[in-house]
Design a protein around this ligand. Structure first.
Ligand SMILES: [Zn+2]
Length: 213
């Protein structure tokens, strides 16, 4: 879920050392970027705001893996700038999803429940697959725990989308879609705000701290 402020099992401070770990991060980046596009386009075609809201987390996680691969190990100033950019993108996207949810609530056409549920199941499979792949590389209790908590939150978001699809199917109403979208968008906006706050705090540090890795 958008609660993974630092990626599922990635560390923004240290660059990934082993080639196998780097390869796993590239795969995680590709899967998350791909699922972002699938949920965004699928959400548009199926008329589901919840799918678009769930795409928010894939976007944030893809950004985390990109940061882990490209920016980790650089000076703090670059890591903080990358985090600031990520936070601002998440807030913009979350705001757009929230706006879309309100628009849909006023128009009121129910989404295509089957397509919505199928993409939700695919998203769940993608998150579980990536979590299992990354879990093999984690060492230490704290790391294991962060992969576990973050992946569990992502899975809860995916299950909420599938539950909303079932709700739409059962009731013929668009409300389950809007409600789940609203919750996921709110979590995304909250997560984005936390990231921006932390990044701005880091960028306000004295120069010699900012130039340090
Ligand atoms: Zn996530």
């Amino acid at each position: 879920m958008a609660g993974c402020t630092d990626g599922c099992g990635t560390d923004a401070r240290t660059a990934p050392a082993s080639p196998a770990w780097r390869r796993a991060l590239w795969i995680a980046l590709a899967v998350n970027a791909g699922m972002f596009m699938i949920e965004l386009i699928g959400g548009h075609m199926a008329g589901s705001v919840a799918l678009k809201a769930d795409a928010l987390d894939f976007l944030g996680d893809a950004a985390n893996y990109a940061i882990a691969l490209l920016v980790a190990g650089m000076a703090l100033v670059w890591r903080a700038r990358a985090a600031l950019l990520k936070g601002l993108v998440l807030i913009s996207f979350g705001g757009w999803v929230a706006f879309t949810a309100i628009e849909r609530a006023l128009e009121g056409a129910p989404p295509q429940a089957f397509a919505m549920g199928a993409i939700g199941v695919l998203a769940l499979a993608a998150n579980v697959g990536v979590a299992l792949m990354l879990y093999r590389f984690r060492e230490g209790d704290a790391n294991m725990r962060s992969v576990w908590i973050c992946s569990r939150n992502d899975a809860i978001g995916n299950v909420a989308v599938v539950a909303a699809a079932v709700g739409v199917f059962g009731t013929g109403s668009f409300w389950p879609d809007i409600i789940v979208a609203g919750i996921l968008a709110a979590l995304g906006l909250w997560g984005g705000t936390q990231i921006v706050k932390q990044a701005l705090g880091e960028l306000a540090l004295p120069d010699e701290r900012l130039r340090r890795a």
